[in-house]
Write a protein that binds this ligand. Structure first.
Ligand code: COA
Ligand code: MG
Length: 289
């Protein structure tokens, strides 16, 4: 994946009306869902509708991803076969329990005739076992893996927790820990860390605040469930004007003194890791302009 999406908008695969909006929501990536938002009785229809959508989608729209049903579910193989035939940007793997599951899906994609370019985004904290297996992502590179996100809803159900947030909106410790470990796992694997969705889709201020914070913490994008969340997420995951200005000054200072290891700018010590970060920040800002 060349540019890491800021917003990843879920669209239920059985909703023709919502799918028709996919290209017009402003999302960097769309995830057509065949899993939890689709009733068992509608799985086959959703698969057909998602395939049809991919077959007719224009190439200049958002990156198109499809969330398949979990490995081992009765739907999984049919999902992979139907979707891979239409060359999506990638597949989103729910209930992923470690790098072995990503490899298993990679094998299924290859057996279905999918090329190397079909990537995988793993949702990697949906079961207790999944959280323990996060460390596996630090052990060796995982083929096709492009993004790793975490989920709080299924984990709450799996734990038997009555909820996942306190009255002040902050996550319970268990979910904060899973979130931090998912961020570390993504970075250890060299892939995009994606923050989980903000389920209260009318709470724009809460979404904005938590997204700005997520970027400061190291996430580079976020799952969305409603079109109204997309612009807020896109803005929150862009570098600010001050950051762009500051990064530009760092790059310029090192360009003037290419042999310097450390430079002082306005009384602050700036060294090579700052230059690296500034270069990445400017590239990301340019990618979305
Ligand atoms: N993608 C595209 N369009 C969407 C959308 C989505 N995810 N969510 C809502 N819309 C559309 C609606 O169809 C509606 O269109 P209209 O104005 O032409 O009627 C418009 O946006 C406003 O929707 P609204 O009435 O505010 O929401 P809703 O009550 O119809 O839907 C949800 C609420 C949560 C059911 C819906 O947002 C949704 O399906 N989200 C995705 C769920 C999902 O995929 N979950 C799996 C991941 S956890
Ligand atoms: Mg789920």
């Amino acid at each position: 994946m060349s540019v890491e999406p800021r917003s990843w908008l879920f669209i239920p695969g059985d909703s023709e009306k919502k799918l028709a909006k996919a290209a017009h929501c402003g999302a960097d990536a769309v995830i057509i869902d065949l899993e939890d938002s689709v009733a068992a009785s509608a799985k086959a229809d959703a698969r057909a509708m998602a395939s049809g959508y991919l077959a007719s989608a224009s190439a200049d729209g958002p990156a198109l991803w499809v969330r398949i049903n979990p490995l081992g579910s009765p739907e999984c193989l049919a999902d992979v076969a139907a979707i891979v035939a239409h060359s999506p940007s990638g597949l989103v793997l729910p209930k992923c329990e470690g790098p072995e599951d990503v490899e298993r899906l990679g094998d299924l994609i290859a057996k279905a005739g999918g090329g190397e370019e079909i990537a995988i985004h793993a949702i990697a904290t949906e079961t207790p076992r999944a959280v323990f297996r996060l460390s596996g992502f630090a052990e060796k590179p995982v083929q096709r893996l492009a993004a790793l996100s975490w989920g709080a809803e299924d984990l709450a159900a799996a734990i038997g927790a009555s909820g996942n947030r306190h009255a002040d909106g902050s996550f319970h410790d268990l979910f904060r820990q899973a979130r931090t470990m998912a961020l570390l796992a993504a970075r250890a694997a060299g892939v995009q860390p994606v923050d989980t969705l903000h389920a209260d889709f009318r709470d724009e201020e809460g979404l904005r605040r938590s997204s700005v914070r997520a970027r400061a913490e190291g996430f580079t994008g976020r799952l969305a469930i409603h079109p109204a969340q997309v612009a807020i997420i896109n803005e929150a995951f862009m570098p600010t004007a001050e950051e762009i200005d500051w990064a530009g000054r760092i790059v310029a200072a090192f360009a003037e003194s290419p042999d310097a290891g450390t430079i002082g700018i306005e009384g602050k010590m700036i060294d090579r890791p700052h230059l690296d970060q500034a270069t990445k920040l400017l590239a990301r800002a340019a990618a979305f302009n």
